[in-house]
Design a protein around this ligand. Structure first.
Ligand code: GLU
Length: 313
């Protein structure tokens, strides 16, 4: 199956979908800036969605902090901010539909049972689920989670930055979880339901999520939803090669740094930023950046260490 990049400039609808697991850091600023500029340069809309569906990872106050930081940097989103924790009924409805269609099944396996049953490591460093519960639960076993059946088929799409990407879901991922043992809906289900509900037709995000894209395309197919175009941006790594995140103790970006830090994010995405741009008020930065943006300049790599000096990574 081949998905062509599409989205006519007029109808472009993009989004930024941060998980509120900590403050906005340079890595998330890059994703916000790339998705924002691509939307605005295409005359499109840009929506903000808070992905707090994973309750245990959600940090109280982080969503507000991210919203305020984006605002202070001059990002302007269209419409109301969508908050995933307020939309659980939608994810439930999606799962029920898949249950009625016989596309999902309950799974009783614990992590250690899966580890014992397979040695194959999945693309995202988990284990390829060996399908233990595909044909029913073992005697005396209780359902812990719900999994989506995946086909032995290669999913292929043309990423606007990374080029053609391919993944065989059965061999490289296995049947994957939509409702977790702890009662939380999985990111894969929430993101597919919400991208469709918000009519998103252009997804621009970090390349760490490219290995989730085939899963999302398959879920869209199962739920009868359209597939957006995808562009996966390089991610920022620290000196140890780790993606910036709360776990790697990435520091918050400071809106007081204004255009200077926005200019660094833009340079990170392959654009040459004239020195004088860094001293402009952010409104002037955005005017320049929207006119200058071209996604064709974004480097086709997975990770970049940006030098670190003034960023205090
Ligand atoms: N919430 C995800 C994150 O912060 C991004 C999801 C997406 O863009 O699809 O990593």
């Amino acid at each position: 199956m081949t998905i062509q990049p599409a989205a006519s400039p007029v109808a472009y609808r993009g989004r930024f979908a941060p998980s509120p697991t900590g403050p906005l850091h340079f890595g998330s600023l890059v994703a916000a800036l790339g998705s924002y500029l691509d939307a605005r340069a295409n005359g499109g809309q840009w929506l903000l969605r808070i992905e707090d569906v994973d309750e245990p990872r959600t940090v109280p106050g982080a969503a507000d902090g991210i919203r305020r930081t984006l605002e202070a940097f001059g990002f302007e989103w269209d419409g109301d901010v969508v908050v995933q924790s307020e939309r659980i009924d939608r994810y439930h409805a999606g799962l029920v539909r898949l249950q009625l269609d016989g596309l999902v099944y309950p799974c009783a396996c614990s992590r250690s049972e899966i580890a014992a049953a397979t040695q194959i490591v999945a693309v995202d460093s988990g284990l390829v689920y060996p399908g233990t519960c595909r044909c029913g639960l073992g005697a005396g076993k209780a359902a812990r989670a719900w999994r989506l059946r995946v086909p032995d088929r290669e999913f292929s799409f043309v990423d606007r930055v990374q080029g053609r990407a391919r993944q065989n879901l059965e061999r490289e991922v296995g049947d994957f979880i939509l409702l977790r043992a702890d009662g939380q809906y999985a990111y894969q289900l929430a993101v597919v339901v919400d991208d469709a509900a918000q009519d998103i037709n252009s997804v621009v995000r970090g390349v760490d999520l490219i290995d989730s894209t085939a899963r999302q395309i398959w879920l869209q197919e199962c739920l009868g939803l359209p597939t957006p175009s995808y562009a996966h941006l390089p991610v920022v790594v620290n000196a140890a090669g780790e993606k910036l995140s709360k776990q790697t103790l990435a520091v918050a970006v400071a809106p007081a740094d204004g255009s200077a830090i926005l200019a660094r994010a833009m340079a990170f995405l392959g654009h040459t930023v004239p020195a004088e741009i860094q001293d402009l008020p952010v409104a002037d930065f955005w005017r320049w950046a929207i006119a200058d943006w071209s996604i064709t300049r974004v480097p086709r790599v997975r990770a970049i260490f940006p030098g670190g000096d003034a960023l205090s990574l």
